[in-house]
Design a protein around this ligand. Structure first.
Ligand SMILES: C[S@@+](CC[C@H](N)C(=O)[O-])C[C@H]1O[C@@H](n2cnc3c(N)ncnc32)[C@H](O)[C@@H]1O
Length: 298
């Protein structure tokens, strides 16, 4: 198994703790240290292309640009797990009034700096997702999150309730994310093949050991953070958590390909002629990503 399915590429160990699991706070601290470090790597990466963003390029991709972009102008938008703010600021460029939240202090510092440099109005809040209500009040027309966010969360029931609480009546939640099916595949094989991991949720996270792993945005970088913790969340759990929180699902779209920007550095995910990525020998046969839109009715 690779050291990290989202952030790494070098072989390392993965395990699930059985008896002597680290405390939740220790897991959070480990993940935070990882994301502080990744932020420093990512802000200089060609993948995130900060220079291009400052020159006016959007960091948003499909499907969110097509499905949400046209309606954000004039709306209050909350971006959960916003990393260092490029997408949040790209929504500001489309006319939204934006707030971004992330638990990485470094990411929030960079996001605020980029807001100042780009002259785009934005509020950025540093907080663990579950602690956000302690530091951020307000209601939003849109709550947004995307691409590599759910695996860092231990509890989707709390996540969905928090989203519902931040939505104004009539407001919408939108997520574009890797399909959970993808994480049941091994990231070591050139052929798409099931790995040792279950598709289903386990309260005990995977502990991925980063023995010199790179990052999805900078495969040649060497990440020093020793371990990170990730949880699997099957599609049924995502939909059920949002429904139980009182939201009405308006659509759930599954896509067989990943846009270039969403590529994972796995040998079984290869580029097609149009620059998007898919599984070899199984063209367009399996879901690799999804988007979901849900509404708080009242
Ligand atoms: C893969 S990035 C999200 C990618 C983002 N959509 C982008 O395109 O840049 C995942 C983000 O989740 C944040 N994160 C992870 N666990 C978190 C938590 N418990 N609370 C808040 N943010 C968290 C990380 O700091 C990181 O910025």
């Amino acid at each position: 198994m690779s050291g990290d399915r989202l952030a790494g590429d070098a072989p390392a160990g993965g395990d699930r703790f059985a008896g002597d699991a680290p405390a939740d706070d220790d897991r959070l601290a480990a993940n935070k240290a990882l994301w502080d470090e990744l932020t420093a790597i990512h802000e200089r990466s060609a993948f995130y292309d900060v220079e291009g963003f400052l020159d006016g390029a959007s960091s948003l991709t499909r499907p969110e640009l097509d499905e949400l972009g046209p309606e954000v102008a004039g709306k209050r938008l909350l971006y959960l797990q916003c990393h260092f703010g490029l997408d949040t600021l790209s929504f500001a460029r489309l006319g939204a009034t934006v707030t971004g939240a992330d638990f990485s202090g470094r990411a929030i510092t960079v996001a605020r700096r980029l807001a100042a440099e780009s002259g785009l109005p934005a509020t950025f809040v540093e907080s663990d997702l579950y602690e956000l209500p302690a530091v951020l009040d307000g209601r939003f027309d849109i709550v947004f999150t995307s691409w590599g966010v759910l695996c860092w969360l231990s509890d989707l029931t709390r996540w969905a309730r928090l989203i519902a609480d931040y939505l104004a009546p009539g407001g919408i939640f939108y997520i574009a994310e890797f399909h959970p099916f993808l994480f049941a595949l091994t990231d070591e094989s050139e052929e798409p093949r099931l790995g040792a991991d279950s598709y289903f949720h386990n309260a005990e996270p995977h502990a991925w050991h980063n023995e010199g792993s790179g990052s999805y945005a900078a495969p040649d970088a060497r990440v020093a953070a020793p371990v990170q913790y990730e949880w699997d969340h099957p599609l049924g759990d995502i939909v059920s958590a949002l429904t139980a929180a009182g939201l009405t699902i308006e659509y759930l779209h599954e896509f067989p390909r990943l846009e270039a920007r969403q590529r994972l550095d796995w040998p079984c995910i290869v580029p097609g002629e149009d620059g998007s990525f898919g599984l070899p020998n199984l063209p367009d046969a399996l879901p690799l990503s999804f988007s979901l839109r849900a509404r708080r009715r009242n």
